[in-house]
Write a protein that binds this ligand. Structure first.
Ligand code: AMP
Ligand code: MN
Ligand code: MN
Ligand code: MN
Length: 283
């Protein structure tokens, strides 16, 4: 499994390397199987594949889908990211992504509108300039970077903490499809559904377990192994849930280039004895 990275971003969404630069960088450090998993878009895939032919690297089609789930008891819904991998027939998924892009574009405008009274200016034009004036590619990372450039905050993380994360005044929820619908569409496209970074949603241990359980019941295929920086007890809890529900595992760095310089391309967690990698199912 050395040489595999199944969760990476390019500058088609909130990474900083172009798809071609990403593929070359991956090839140079010995990655042989790479999935480009931009947020709600597969538009970088062709560019990545074009470069892959000169680099002897296998590109797996991928996308990180903004989905949601809810606890029936509280009716509260939570955002969750589902990584779709290895689509054989992307058409059903492309229809869903068309919808996601509309939501993303509308939400970018809404977040900037909510920011106006808080920062005294409209940063929308500067935000979309970061994504070649294509509003359907805007992520909160771009908004955070723009807030830093405008001097409203000193670091991107501060932009999240002060304005755009859940609970803050300029937070706008991403009204994506349900977990079950997302998984169903991925399967219609012949792909695999992976629960992305299960420990990164600010959920209690109980809710992480519940999320993995409903993901499995909805037909999900694999869970991303948490990075080594997570507490051992948390990683073991995820391992137990993976085993209990007979899920496969996926490995990815969630590389974002210089937008998150502490995340290194190809830096993936170790697979435990008995765990089955989703990459073994790729054709
Ligand atoms: P979006 O899909 O527009 O909600 O943007 C999500 C992206 O913003 C994630 O993939 C991360 O790259 C980044 N992000 C989300 N939450 C945070 C946070 N609390 N701090 C820093 N970056 C974050
Ligand atoms: Mn991101
Ligand atoms: Mn994510
Ligand atoms: Mn990601």
């Amino acid at each position: 499994m050395q040489g595999v990275d199944l969760h990476t971003h390019s500058n088609i969404s909130d990474g900083t390397l172009s798809p071609a630069e990403l593929v070359r960088a991956a090839s140079q450090i010995g990655i042989h199987t790479l999935a480009l998993t931009d947020h709600d878009t597969m538009d970088g895939l062709i560019l990545a594949e074009q470069t892959a032919t000169e680099c002897q690297i296998q590109i797996i089609s991928g996308v990180e889908i903004s989905s949601q789930w809810s606890r029936p008891a509280t009716k509260k819904s939570y955002g969750v990211h589902i990584v779709a991998l290895n689509m054989q027939n992307p058409e059903p998924l492309q229809d869903l992504l068309t919808q996601q892009k509309l939501i993303r574009a509308e939400r970018a405008r809404q977040i900037c509108d909510l920011l106006i009274p808080l920062i005294g200016q409209d940063i929308y034009q500067d935000v979309i300039a970061k994504v070649d004036n294509e509003p359907d590619r805007v992520t909160r990372t771009h908004i955070a970077k723009t807030l830093v450039e405008k001097g409203c905050v000193s670091r991107p993380q501060q932009a999240f903490d002060k304005y755009i994360k859940e609970g803050k005044k300029a937070y706008v929820k991403f009204e994506g499809p349900s977990l079950a619908d997302t998984i169903a569409v991925i399967h219609q496209s012949g792909g695999y559904a992976v629960l992305a970074h299960p420990t990164r949603y600010d959920l209690s241990a109980t809710n992480i377990r519940y999320l993995i359980e409903i993901f499995a019941l909805a037909g999900g295929d694999a869970v991303e192994l948490p990075p080594a920086i997570e507490p051992l007890s948390t990683r073991q809890m995820v391992d137990r849930m993976i085993a209990e529900h007979q899920l496969k595992v996926s490995v990815g760095s969630d590389f974002h280039g210089d937008n998150m310089p502490w995340i290194k391309l190809g830096n993936i967690p170790r697979v435990k004895e008995g765990q089955v990698g989703i990459w073994e199912s790729f054709v």
